[in-house]
Structures are given as structure tokens and as C-alpha cells.
Design a protein around this ligand. Structure first.
Ligand code: TYM
Length: 321
């Protein structure tokens, strides 16, 4: 099975990214042909600061490596190192109905939040479709917020195949209902653009401050509470052992759950969960040249495959004369 997914280097990666995509991808490493990449071209739609984008790219790569992605067991690269993706984006654009992009929630949400509605932002899902189709991915693990973009990729693959003959694999979304939408501090979807995240590599006082800021209601300690609607519980359940989770769920249902204590416990759990990765990340960032070398090597291998697909596409559409 060929499994592929990407992540934007547009800010500190957070536990929504981790549970929604990164952990799943790392889990597939032993069993699948795995394709993982840092989408710097996508990040350009929101980051217009040279140093922030370049540093964000190295950090996102280091984050993935620190969390356990082994570049020997997958293809791991930076999107812009394989420029073929831009040519495929253009070819797919000529098949993309305006209405398909106009319906995308993510575009509408971003302009509602004040991001300038550039052509790049509008065409974002076409570049994402090219990312997926260029490598003939069969499955794409993502969080729920990317589901509609995957539908665009499937639509474009089907449209291309109908017009020009069988060329692309139709990708399936891989969405795990348990972690499809990790809530943020305020209960909305955890997202860099809502400023409600818990960054994976935060620790010590800064991490504690974030955890203590998770919003909860005013129900008293002894009163029963609904764990399914409690933001704190929804984050706690991602880190607690099954037995501890059952105990805390019981406290919620029958009284005795103290939010302050649960937050402190969650702080300990998160600190510990990522302790080894945090140490590895520091080592990696001490030698960014090595991270760059790993990414360039991955790009070479990815590019060889991209060229094969693009050759076929050029031939199919008549860019061969
Ligand atoms: P990005 O960078 O916004 O997010 C990376 C991954 O993290 C998931 N995610 C979440 N999952 C659960 N709960 C959350 N609160 C949460 N927040 C983020 C996202 O769903 C995503 O899977 N367009 C993509 C990047 C991309 C891509 C691709 C993905 C570009 N090309 C090709 C797959 C295939 C994005 O912006 O993800």
C-alpha cells in the first residue's frame, strides 16, 4: 500500500498535527511504502517572511525525525525540491472547475480570518491534488479538516482519467474518527490560526501555562460531568493509559473530577510523552546541515518517481510533439 501525507511548516507543530497525521504516518512505517513531505510551497500562501519559512521548514523536518520517522524506511523530502509538482498543478488547473474551488471551506475560512485572498490560496487544493497524484498514492492519512481537499484530489484524478485515459490512482482518505479533530485550548479545532494550540515540543513552565489555560466549565468537583463534551477530557484521553482513563471517566460520571488536578496530571503526561523526542530534536537542530542533507537525499528519490508520472501525463495531454 502506498501511503502519503504532507504538513505545512507555517508555525510550531502541535498535538493536533501529531494525533491527526504524524503519529499515524510513523505507525505505517514498517508496513507501507511511505511518502512524507514538508509542504513549503503551500506555506507560502500564508508565510511571507523568508527566514520564518526557511527555519520553519528545517524545524518541521527535525520534528518528524525526532518523533521517530526513519528516512531509511520512507521517502521524506521538502515539496519545493521536486519542482515537477508545479507543472502537474498547472495541468490539473486546466481541468479544475472554478465552482469546485469556490466551495472549499478552508479557503472561505482563511479569508474570513483576514488572510489576503490570493490566487495561490484559491488554487491551494490543486497543488495538494498534484502532491498526491504525482506519487500515485493509494491512501492519504489526514485530519478531518483536509477531507474536502482530498475530495478535490479524487475529483481531479477521475476527471483526468475520463478525459485522457487511465493515468492516476484514485486516492482514499485515511481519517481516524478517534483523532479526526483534536480540540484546542478553547474547544474549537486545534489550529495554528486560532492561537489555541499545544505545541508538541513545548516544555516546562510554558507547557504548564498552556495546559492550565485549557477552558473548562464551572461545574463543582463533586457534581457529575459529561466527559464527551469536556475539552480537557478530550485532550487527556489522548495521553492517559486505558486504565487511568477509565478511572477518570468514572470520576466525571459520578462526581470527584477536579479540573485543576487533571490538568496537572495532563501536564506530566505530555512532558513525559515527548521527553525523548524533545532531546532528539535538540540534537538534530544542533546540526541543521545534516537535516538538510537527509531532506535533499529524500527529494532525489522522490523526484525520480515524480518524473516518471509527469512524463506519462505530458504524453497523455499532448505536451509531446
Ligand atoms: P496542515 O499542515 O494544516 O496539517 C497537517 C496535518 O495535521 C492535521 N491536523 C489535525 N488533525 C486533527 N485535529 C486537529 N486539530 C488538526 N489540525 C491539523 C491536518 O488535517 C493534516 O493532516 N493541506 C495540508 C497539507 C498538505 C497535504 C498534501 C496533506 C499539502 N499537500 C498532500 C496530504 C496530502 C495542510 O495544510 O495540513
Amino acid at each position: 500500500m502506498r501511503i502519503l501525507s504532507g504538513i505545512q511548516p507555517s508555525g510550531k507543530l502541535h498535538i493536533g498535527n501529531y494525533f491527526g497525521m504524524m503519529k499515524t504516518m510513523i505507525g505505517h512505517m514498517e508496513r507501507a511504502q511511505l511518502y512524507v513531505f514538508i509542504v513549503d510551497l503551500h506555506a507560502l500562501t500564508s508565510v511571507h517572511d523568508r527566514d520564518r519559512l526557511a527555519q520553519g521548514t528545517i524545524e518541521a523536518a527535525a520534528d518528524f525525525l525526532a518523533l521517530g520517522l526513519d528516512p531509511e524506511k520512507c521517502l521524506f523530502w521538502v515539496q519545493s525540491d521536486v519542482p515537477e509538482v508545479c507543472e502537474l498543478t498547472w495541468i490539473l488547473s486546466t481541468l479544475t472547475p472554478m465552482g469546485l474551488l469556490e466551495r472549499c471551506h478552508s479557503y472561505k475560512d482563511k479569508i474570513a480570518k483576514g488572510i489576503s485572498p490570493s490566487h495561490g490560496l484559491f488554487a491551494y487544493p490543486v497543488l495538494m491534488a498534484a502532491d498526491i497524484l504525482l506519487y500515485q498514492a493509494e491512501q492519504v492519512p489526514v485530519g478531518k479538516d483536509q477531507k474536502q481537499h482530498l475530495e478535490v484530489a479524487r475529483d481531479l484524478a477521475q476527471k483526468f482519467n475520463n478525459e485522457y485515459g487511465e493515468t492516476f490512482v484514485i486516492p482514499e482518505p485515511g481519517i481516524d474518527e478517534q483523532t479526526a479533530t483534536v480540540p484546542g485550548l478553547d474547544g474549537q479545532k486545534m489550529s495554528k490560526s486560532y492561537d489555541n494550540t499545544i505545541p508538541i515540543f513545548l516544555d516546562g513552565k510554558a507547557l504548564k501555562k498552556k495546559i492550565m489555560a485549557i477552558q473548562t466549565d464551572a461545574t463543582g468537583v463533586d457534581e457529575p460531568k459529561n466527559p464527551n463534551t469536556c475539552n480537557l477530557f478530550q485532550i487527556f484521553r489522548l495521553f492517559a493509559s486505558p486504565s487511568r482513563l477509565a478511572e477518570v471517566r468514572d470520576l466525571y460520571l459520578h462526581g470527584g473530577a477536579a479540573y485543576g488536578h487533571i490538568k496537572l496530571e495532563l501536564f506530566e503526561l505530555i512532558s513525559e510523552h515527548f521527553a525523548a523526542a524533545r532531546a532528539r530534536k535538540e540534537e538534530l537542530l544542533a546540526d541543521p546541515g545534516e537535516v538538510r542533507r537527509i531532506m535533499k537525499q529524500g527529494a532525489e528519490k522522490a523526484r525520480a518517481q515524480a518524473v516518471t508520472t509527469l512524463d506519462l501525463v505530458r504524453d497523455r495531454v499532448g505536451l509531446r510533439y
